[in-house]
Design a protein around this ligand. Structure first.
Ligand SMILES: *Cc1c(COP(=O)(O)O)cnc(C)c1O
Length: 474
């Protein structure tokens, strides 16, 4: 057994390799030794499992790669050319200039996060954006926490623990990333009572399920799917009317936290926070980084007595928000208050981008990619758990070769080459085409995008050439 590992170099001999010695000059000795040991351990396990012994060149390369990974931690900036504006895997909403500045300022020094400048006494982090949220949404009170998932969990824990919460079967849903309404309810200690059927639920279904232990009627926005055809759900107004008769709460999980009228942009209707409040929801819950266009946050707005209860709940401390995001959220909300959201907040700039300009930009991008690319009509999506099935017309760059040609794999290789650029450019692969949508890219990033596109094509040509030479030589 032992002898099979003898092919592996010793720690000392690896330390004397030129490339590793160079690393030793930049990074602490014990870090480099630790990486060497871990790599040797990994190789021993591979060999024990029947693997071949790597060359010392391969081991040196793998140690250098581990170190590179260690010292260039993510998340790395990428260019989102997928056409999905709120792409959860790519970090959802890009922030406004004002939000970025506010966050940098709050992070750089100290701030009056929990300090009352008038009295010189301890203050509350809840006060900073509460008035703004109330002014914009019409709510009596508001609270901001880590994200909407924790907002809903906090609300249910504080108001419905050991009691029953009634929800329509069509809304007992999974949002993605493991957020499932039935599981969140269980976690909060509330008992879920599902009523109606998957496609149809009526007010009488709710009414029949109301009992002595009922605390709340829950409405959940079906943010990432749509039921079409024969379907019925209970409008918020009806829930409010019913809850009023039985003295129950109406909790409204809106998901996206939209404050503007999406139909004005050619999109389908997305429920707005203001409407939820004016229609009488006891509390509305929504995200800060979806259609609101700010940093990750969960916002709870509604009745003051309930918000006060939530503020005092122990879980509120566990899901509180930090000073930088609070500052970014405040700056974002100010854009709404001033009526400047569409011109200042990137998500809305992208949604409202005109087709002419998108076409011009797509043409420039296509030119940078060369002969394989052309401009075609297509559709962008808002995404991020809002407006399912609703799209915006756009112009795409399509790159690839028609099927049957020798280089069928071109689109996939181009996508890979684009992901390797700095910054990486992420597109959408479909069939044997790669699509790039300028809508989800801010125009000021175009210079960087064009450079990445040119580099990617250049790099592909280089590797093709060297492959060609190698096959000739071989
Ligand atoms: C997105 C979403 C959530 C989760 O919000 P996060 O801010 O991602 O935690 C909860 N409910 C609904 C309806 C959603 O769309």
């Amino acid at each position: 057994m032992e002898s099979r590992f003898r092919c592996l170099p010793s720690v000392d001999s690896l330390l004397s390799e030129a490339r590793i010695r160079q690393l030793g000059e930049v990074y602490p000795h014990d870090v480099v030794v630790d990486l060497i040991r871990k790599d040797l351990d990994r190789n021993r396990a591979l060999i024990a499992g029947g693997g071949e012994c790597p060359s010392s060149g391969e081991i040196v390369e793998s140690i250098c790669a581990r170190l590179r990974e260690l010292v260039s931690p993510g998340p790395r900036p990428v260019i989102n050319a997928t056409g999905v504006i709120l792409h959860t895997n790519l970090g959802r909403a890009p922030l406004s200039k004002a939000a970025i500045e506010a966050m940098a300022k709050a992070g750089k020094g100290y701030c009056d996060l929990e300090f009352d400048l008038q009295t010189g006494q301890r203050g509350s982090r809840d006060v900073h954006v509460e008035a703004l949220i109330c002014q914009i949404t019409g709510a009596e009170a508001a609270l901001v926490v880590n994200n909407n998932a924790s907002a809903v969990l906090l609300g249910l824990s504080a108001l419905a623990r050991r009691k029953e919460v009634i929800v329509s079967r069509g809304q007992s849903i999974e949002i993605g990333g493991g957020f499932r309404i039935p599981e969140v309810l269980r976690q909060s200690g509330a008992k879920l009572v599902e009523v109606g059927t998957t496609n149809c639920t009526y007010a009488r279904d709710f009414e029949e399920a109301i009992g002595p232990r009922t605390a709340a009627l829950l409405s959940v926005h079906s943010s990432n799917f749509r039921i079409v055809g024969f379907a019925a759900d209970v409008a918020l107004r009806e829930l409010v009317e019913l809850a009023g008769r039985y003295d129950l709460l109406v909790l409204d999980d809106l998901g996206s936290g939209c404050l503007l009228d999406t139909t004005a942009f050619g999109l389908g209707p997305e429920p707005r926070v203001q409407d939820s409040i004016s229609q009488g929801a006891s509390l509305a819950f929504f995200s800060g980084d979806k259609l609101l266009g700010g940093p990750q946050a969960g916002i709870i707005a509604g009745r003051k007595d309930l918000v006060d209860k939530l503020k005092k709940h122990p879980l509120a401390r566990a899901v509180r928000i930090d000073k930088t995001r609070l500052a970014g959220l405040a700056a974002t909300l100010l854009s709404y208050l001033r009526g400047e959201a569409v011109s200042e907040i990137p998500v809305w700039q992208m949604i409202s981008a005109g087709l002419d300009r998108l076409e011009e930009r797509a043409a420039e991008w296509a030119e940078a990619l060369g002969e394989s690319a052309s401009v075609v009509e297509g559709e962008s999506m808002v995404g991020g758990g809002s407006l399912p099935g609703s799209t915006l017309p756009t112009r795409l760059v399509a790159a690839g070769r028609p099927t049957g040609r020798p280089d069928q794999d071109f689109a996939r290789r181009l996508a890979e080459s684009l992901r390797r650029q700095d910054p990486p450019v992420i597109g959408r692969l479909s069939g044997n085409q790669l699509y790039l949508d300028p809508r989800s890219v801010l125009p000021e990033e175009d210079a960087v995008v064009l450079e990445s596109l040119r580099q990617a094509v250049h790099h592909m040509l280089q590797t093709r050439k060297s492959l060609h030479i190698r096959t000739k030589e071989g």
